[in-house]
Design a protein around this ligand. Structure first.
Ligand SMILES: Cc1cc2nc3c(=O)[nH]c(=O)nc-3n(C[C@H](O)[C@H](O)[C@H](O)COP(=O)(O)OP(=O)(O)OC[C@H]3O[C@@H](n4cnc5c(N)ncnc54)[C@H](O)[C@@H]3O)c2cc1C
Length: 350
């Protein structure tokens, strides 16, 4: 079976690798020149250490990609234990792509006719599938920064929602060797840079921040359910049908609350390999596996809605708590509920 994968990001490269192990060698296309210093799409590189089991399936060793563990993190002033870390994503992408031929060009639709299946793994671009049923995106700005303490303290890993007007957060992810990813993401937000500048100014008496690079990005926080169709049929020039199947962020496998998409893109690619080439079974498995993303998305819709009478409802607070638990973050339930209360204040007083 001839398969083309458009997009050699995390989902597309991992998928190609797993298919190859099954004896199917797809053609991989990626024509996008990322204008970032790391040559990848903008990303914080945060992941749960559980990513190791996905890497093992591709014959890779997690330790080769681990940059810095985030054993404890500050969530708006509450320090909690986490299984999170940062990974060297550019190195991981190179490793996933090694042994595969990546055509350095976008998949041209004329050439695409020769394939039986086309996989849309183009992330936020969703270049081949039709539009999402109801898209929602989170614009971001991220800096890579060298941070030198003026005293003996070090800058702790953290996620701060209370610094953002409306729905969003500021993240601080350590990369080792005194370097950090510090970024801001916010739905309908346009003050990303000034929020970062304010953060540096407030901490200038404790640290010297030296910028290394900066990039803008966008994350699809629509959820797979609202990113339907997850697959489609295309008519070739000779009138025959051709299947197009989406994978990864192209079909919204990203946590709407946190923007975390690396590990879920890997999981999504694994589901596609397990069900290949049965796209219907694949789509129902994706919706079942990531059902909670639909719920998170509905909380965002509720909090963004104009005529909303009050702050987060009990179900929104519960989803927030479940999100932390799913990521292995040990937030006590009462505290998590209380924090969600402060989220309502940010929404109400942007
Ligand atoms: C600022 C920011 C910070 C983030 N931080 C984190 C984080 O810390 N942890 C986390 O888990 N997630 C994070 N995410 C989300 C995460 O990066 C993505 O969800 C994840 O990379 C999705 O993988 P993917 O392979 O589906 O898509 P992508 O990684 O976007 O890969 C898509 C690929 O398709 C290629 N492409 C695009 N258009 C075409 C085309 N027409 N033809 C061929 N190729 C094409 C692109 O070049 C790219 O290589 C962050 C996102 C942003 C924007």
């Amino acid at each position: 079976m001839k398969i083309a994968i458009a997009g050699a990001g995390i989902a597309g490269s991992y998928l190609a690798r797993l298919l190859q192990e099954k004896g199917i060698t797809p053609d991989l296309f990626d024509g996008v020149e990322h204008e970032t210093t790391c040559r990848c799409r903008s990303c914080g590189w945060g992941a749960p250490t559980g990513i190791g089991k996905y890497l093992a399936l591709a014959g890779l060793d997690f330790d080769d990609y681990l940059m810095e563990p985030m054993v404890s993190m500050n969530f708006d002033g509450l320090v909690a234990k986490t299984p999170l870390c940062t990974i060297n994503k550019p190195r991981l992408l190179r490793a996933l792509g090694s042994g595969l031929t990546v055509h350095k060009q976008p998949l041209k639709i004329q050439e695409a006719d020769t394939y039986e299946v086309i996989v849309d793994a183009t992330g936020i671009n969703r270049a081949i599938l039709p539009q999402c049923r109801s898209d929602l995106v989170l614009p971001t700005v991220q800096h890579r920064v060298k941070v030198e303490p003026l005293g003996s303290e070090h800058l702790e890993a953290g996620v701060y929602g209370n610094r953002i007007p409306g729905l969003g957060y500021l993240w601080i992810f350590p990369l080792g060797q005194s370097q950090y990813h510090i970024g801001v993401g916010g739905i309908r937000l346009d003050q990303h840079e000034s929020i970062l500048e304010q953060f540096y100014a407030e901490h200038a008496h404790r640290f010297i921040f030296t910028p290394i690079c900066s990039c803008r990005g966008v994350v699809r926080v629509a959820s797979p359910y609202y990113s339907a169709p997850l697959y489609a049929s295309r008519t070739r020039e000779d009138g025959s049908p051709q299947r197009v199947i989406g994978v990864g962020e192209a079909i919204g496998t990203v946590s709407p609350f946190t923007g975390e998409g690396i590990v879920y893109s890997l999981e999504c690619a694994r589901l596609l390999v397990d069900t290949f080439p049965d796209e219907k079974s694949y789509a129902s498995k994706v919706l079942a596996r990531f059902w909670w993303m639909k719920k998170e998305r509905e909380t965002l819709d509720y909090l963004l809605s104009e005529g909303r009478a009050s702050g987060p409802r009990l179900r929104d607070r519960w989803r927030f708590f479940r999100n932390a638990r799913r990521s292995g973050i040990g937030l006590p339930i009462i505290e998590a509920f209380r924090r969600m209360g402060s989220l309502s204040r940010w929404v109400e007083n942007p």
